[in-house]
Structure formats: structure tokens, C-alpha cells
Write a protein that binds this ligand. Sequence first.
Ligand SMILES: *[C@@H]1O[C@H](CO)[C@@H](O)[C@H](O)[C@H]1NC(C)=O
Ligand SMILES: *[C@@H]1O[C@H](CO)[C@@H](O)[C@H](O)[C@H]1NC(C)=O
Ligand SMILES: *[C@@H]1O[C@H](CO)[C@@H](O)[C@H](O)[C@H]1NC(C)=O
Ligand SMILES: *[C@@H]1O[C@H](CO)[C@@H](O)[C@H](O)[C@H]1NC(C)=O
Length: 471
Amino acid sequence: MLASTSTSSRRSRTRTRRTVARAALGLAALATVTSAAQFEPPNDQVLLGFWFDSAQPYSDTPSAINNNLGFNVPVFQMAQAIPLPPFDWVTGAGGPAPENQIEKSATDAAVFLTVYPVDGFQTVTDDDFIALGKQILDYQVNLNRTVFLRYAPEMQGTWMKYGMQPQAFNQSWHDMYTLVKSVAPETIMVWAPNTPQGYPYGQQGTQYNALSAVDKALLDTNNNGQLDAGDDALAPYYPGDDVVDWIGLSIYYKGIPSDTQNTIQPNGYCANVISGTNPESGDAITPWYGPYCDQKPDKACMFAEAGAAYHVNDAGTATQAALQQAWLKDCVTNSSMLDAFPRIKLYMQFEYEKTETANNGQDDLRDYRLLNVTDVRQELAADLQSLGTRFSWAQSRAPPTSISSPGAPAATNSAGTSIIQAITATTRPRPTTFPSLFGSTSDGTQRAEWAELGIMVAAGVVGAWTVMRTL
Ligand SMILES: *[C@@H]1O[C@H](CO)[C@@H](O)[C@H](O)[C@H]1NC(C)=O
Ligand SMILES: *[C@@H]1O[C@H](CO)[C@@H](O)[C@H](O)[C@H]1NC(C)=O
Ligand SMILES: *[C@@H]1O[C@H](CO)[C@@H](O)[C@H](O)[C@H]1NC(C)=O
Ligand SMILES: *[C@@H]1O[C@H](CO)[C@@H](O)[C@H](O)[C@H]1NC(C)=O
């Protein structure tokens, strides 16, 4: 059941004005009036968003998350590739992100769409960006959703095929921005690099040497002729204030000193990471909060993907509950943290269990989920309750009664190439090309989804929503 006690205040869609004393930042002696970012909750309120794993065997949904948490989560993350592979009606692969899961949750939560140029920037055409803009406009206009677009995240790393190419990233970002905004101007553009911890992530040898002279120069920010921990992990990839609305960061706790063992994080872990101190070594790292949040008052900031890894196969000293409660109390429901970093307005929880490649090269099954462990779930709900109105929640809303889907295939198994409507985006297998620093989980079977899809197709597009709601 959804908590009817959840205290929510409307996030303003209009821009509010704030005054910031830039003198305090040492930039100018004049006070500057700026505006808040779109969908930013007012005053000291913040948002808690969720990633959800719709693939089997997890089959997680926004509805289940809301039910388990007892609050209506205001932002849900989904991912897709660009160019968008056509939805395959035989295998269930490809196609757009499963936005219908958000519709089914019956709230006004925002869509947080991550788009990975999985085969590199050179494969993405103007038409691909225009198609993406139309998909987003459909969500905004026909489904009345706020849409965040997080394009080409964690762009500093070669674990992404498009990664570690600052010049091409910047060019592609500008193309994306211009074309998507021309179609869907309300889209909230999220620039979201990976954590500066561990930069340059072991890429200073072969990978750096293979770059163009221009990229090498862009990355060697301290001009000492090499890529090293003294170089800025973020600035070479920042496309510019005029083309960014929100600024994100991937930030995880995976264990100190070993990323395969369950040890509880030190207090202040997240504060250190975002303020320029490696919490493990004490060494300086590139600060994120100061330059990208505090000093950019018209942008809002977020943890775009975040969580603590419980190492399922380590019988170490810390329980999953202890490990994840430490994360929450340090990094999410810590009112000192919320006070100290007021420009972080959204915390996106990575609600996944995944096998990842550890630093020792071995596979390590990691459970980041907060709602799967009863102790953690209860503690999180209690902490959120005790924080009163600090967190702002989504409002209930009746799901659409029908969604038109021009271009959806007839009741056959032929692939459609322009299927971008929510109704046709069924739950699907995990994309095999899902790019990640963290490896992948096993693929599940698709039989249940096949049944759903078959019934939907048989029912025809009009009325399919009614069928889905009963499945
Ligand atoms: C769109 O959603 C917002 C937020 O829930 C709501 O305030 C508004 O009334 C909706 N507009 C329409 C036309 O339904
Ligand atoms: C990205 O491109 C813009 C527009 O050409 C330019 O102003 C900006 O300096 C570039 N950013 C970086 C980090 O190179
Ligand atoms: C809460 O946040 C503050 C400020 O960021 C930090 O100093 C403190 O250590 C955090 N508390 C815990 C329990 O980690
Ligand atoms: C935790 O997740 C597993 C699947 O990974 C599921 O079988 C189990 O029921 C879940 N437990 C709770 C308490 O949600």
C-alpha cells in the first residue's frame, strides 16, 4: 500500500529565483540572481529516485518499489541504446525503455532516461537524435511526464565504447542537445560523469597513448606530458553551462580496503568523495560538489547512480543490513549531509543485484538493493518518515486509459522500426549490449513476458492498456 501519510509538496515547474552571493565563492563581488533548475524541489527538499531491474528473475517495477518503500518515488531510471535497435517481437530485445512500467505505477513520477551510444558516437546520426526527441516529446505531451535525459554517462572510461574521447563527446553532446531540444525543449539535460575516485582508472598507459593529440592535450590538464591522478577527472568532458541542466555523478561504496569483502564504510565517505578527498587514501581527487554544484547555482546536482555493494559470496564481518544502513546514514538520509550539500537535489538509488568484475579480475556478485532486505527497508522507511517533509514524493495519478501507438506492428511477429510508444515498450530481457563498468547479470527466460506480449498484440493496440492492467 502506498503511504497516504506521505508529505508531498508540489515541485514547481516554473522557475523560481534565488540570490547567490558569488562573492563568497571568490568569483565576483556582485550578487547574481539566478534561477533554479527544472523539477528541482523547493527550499531544502530533495528527491529520492530509483533504478529498477525489470529483467528476470528480478522483474522489478516502479509499483513494487513504491509499495515496498511506502512512498511514491518521484523519479525512475530506465536505459536504452542510440541508435535505437528496433524492438524485436521475436526475442523481446531492443526497442525503447519500458516507460509503460512508470505509467502502470499510477503516479506522476518523472522519467529518467539514460541513453548509451553503445557502438560509439560515430554511429549516431541526426535522425537518431530527432527520433529520441520525438520519443521524449511523446512522454512529455501525451503522457504528461517530466523527462530527464542522461546521455553518454561515465564518459571518462573505456568500459564505455564511447568513453575517453573528450573531443568527440563534446561534439556529440552539442549535436544531441541541439536536436533533442529542437523537438522536445522541456527535456532536462543531465551531464553525469563517473566518480573521480581512482581516476584515470588505469587508463594512463595503452589507452591514453592511443588517443589523438587533441584528446591527449585535453586530458593532460596539468600539462606534465602524461595522464595521471593530478589531471582533472571532470573538466575535459564538461560541455558547457549553456547545454547542461542538471549535473550528476556515479558514486558507489564497494568496500575498503577490498572490493570483494563486506566492510562498513567510514563516516563521511560520500562527503569526502564529492569534496575532493579519496576516503581510502586521503589523497586529493578532483572535487565535484564545489565546481559543479556550489559554483553553478542555476544547475541542480544529483547522485545519478549510487549505492553500497553487499558482496553476496563474502561471509565477512558485516551483514547486508549493517553495510547498507551505513551507506544510508552517511550518504542519503544523513541530514548533516543534506544540509552541507544543499545543491544535491536528487539521490538515484541503484536498485540492482549484479555480477561485476572486481579489481582482482574475478566475478563478484553484488547486491545494491535496499528494498530486498527487510531490516534495511524498514530502516530506510523509518528514516524517511523521521525526516518529515525533507524528501518530496510523487503524487498519485490515474494511469492512462488508452495510448495510441501509430506504427505498432499488426498481430504478427514482424519487427516494427518506429515503435516508440509506451504501450509497445514491454518488459524485455536485459539488453546484452548494456554497457557498464560493472559487468552484467545472467539473462532470465522471457516466457511470462511473451505471454503478456502475445495477449497485447492479439487485443490490438486500442484497448491493450486495459489488457495489460489485468496481467
Ligand atoms: C500534468 O502533471 C502535473 C503534475 O502531476 C499536473 O499538475 C498537471 O495537472 C498535469 N496536466 C494535465 C494536463 O493533466
Ligand atoms: C565543448 O564545446 C564547446 C562549444 O564548442 C566549447 O565552448 C567548450 O569549451 C568545449 N568544452 C571542452 C571541455 O572542451
Ligand atoms: C553525515 O554527513 C556529514 C556531512 O557530510 C559527515 O561529516 C558525517 O560523517 C555523516 N555521517 C555519517 C554517519 O556518515
Ligand atoms: C529478494 O530478492 C529475491 C530475488 O533476488 C527474491 O526471491 C526475494 O523474495 C526478495 N526478498 C524480499 C524480502 O523482497
